[in-house]
Ligand binder design. Sequence first.
Ligand code: ZN
Length: 156
Amino acid sequence: MSMAPFHSYFRDRAFNEMRTITVRGMPGLPDGEYGFLESYCADATCDCRRVLINVVSPTQPGVILATINYGWESVAFYTKWLGNADDAAACQGASLDPFNAQSVYAPLLLDLFEATLQDAAYVQRLRTHYALFKRAVQEQQRTKRPPTRQKKRRRK
Ligand SMILES: [Zn+2]
């Protein structure tokens, strides 16, 4: 499953609608702004219904402070999709990604993200972004011309 950032297809929307949290006086986490940057699966035929979140901060440009997987569907949905209840349980909800960048703050940032999920409007926004993203990927695949059949350019 190859993930691509939401902003690679919807640049303005991605940054306008990225959830940011301002932290003040949270033990163990430096004060400042934290942003949840979204990536989605770029396979047009796959309906995995998950998001990969990179937690970033303007005080540390280019650094990924945590990588979080989040699946908003039920365990039953992921069991059907994966064919395995154990993998499905790992897919559902929010967790730190074992294969991608983390920092010492990652566990606290996961707490912060989970608290943000209490906002139903945010979860709905992620679902909407996922749907938009999948449609864009599918559209791109449909309109991709085979390289051998290039149209001749007309001269003006
Ligand atoms: Zn997928």
